[in-house]
Write a protein that binds this ligand. Sequence first.
Ligand SMILES: Cc1cc2nc3c(=O)[nH]c(=O)nc-3n(C[C@H](O)[C@H](O)[C@H](O)COP(=O)(O)O)c2cc1C
Length: 250
Amino acid sequence: MQKKSKFVLGAIILLSAFLFVYIGYSVFTQSVEVKNQSQNQSREVLTIVDLPQIEIARNMSVDQAIQNRRSVRRFSATPLTLKDVSQLLWAAQGITDFERNFRTTPSAGGVFPMEIYLVAGDDGVQELDAGIYHYNPFNHTLEMIVRGDMRYNLSQAAHQQKWVNDAPISLIITGNYLKMQDRYSDKNLSTRFVDMEAGHIGENIYLEAVSRGLGTVAIGSFYDDQMINLLKLPANETPIYIYPVGKKDN
Ligand SMILES: Cc1cc2nc3c(=O)[nH]c(=O)nc-3n(C[C@H](O)[C@H](O)[C@H](O)COP(=O)(O)O)c2cc1C
């Protein structure tokens, strides 16, 4: 082959490689954005509650929160403030980058298959009716799904763990395994990704609780069917964790 045609061939190969990488990257970022916009699960919403604006406080270092984190199972009846609830939900799944809808916790492929629910007891939270709420991170609101104090039902679903009934509130993490599998077809891998993500959220809840002078405990033991009925979960949403939160009772 002549020198000139070798050069032309080399240039074509280089250009093709560049185009291949560029198109691949565009498709990847586009699919991340499309997935993030869709929060298309249908829920029957009774009322919507605006949450207080997020405040980035500097009252405790991350090191101190990690050092002080301990599971708490004895809660006082002291109600939480709506601000406490707002900050806890934000720590769990709040949006921190509105351009890409990225959140406080990492998500494999930017799929974000997780949802957070709040179970608030009678006088569990100042200025909030007792009930079960879904957290909407896109506008930082609570959507009431069930009215009334459902803590007893929640504790029954959690194998009668008493602390779930005692805590003024609980946060519940659910995951949509099929949403992750749409992106990562290997079932073992996509399942692992959702479970890992629940772990990230759980640790944020622990640390946010500690930094606000509150306590919590990760609850992984419960009856799936009872949880699904109680929270009226849409198809494909699986309960993964319960986090009762409250002031520690000494
Ligand atoms: C996956 C997982 C499931 C758990 N499930 C429960 C549970 O159902 N009930 C409970 O009281 N504690 C539960 N825990 C909390 C552990 O018992 C607790 O983290 C452990 O005793 C260590 O104590 P520490 O969190 O204070 O360090 C769970 C923890 C993890 C990580």
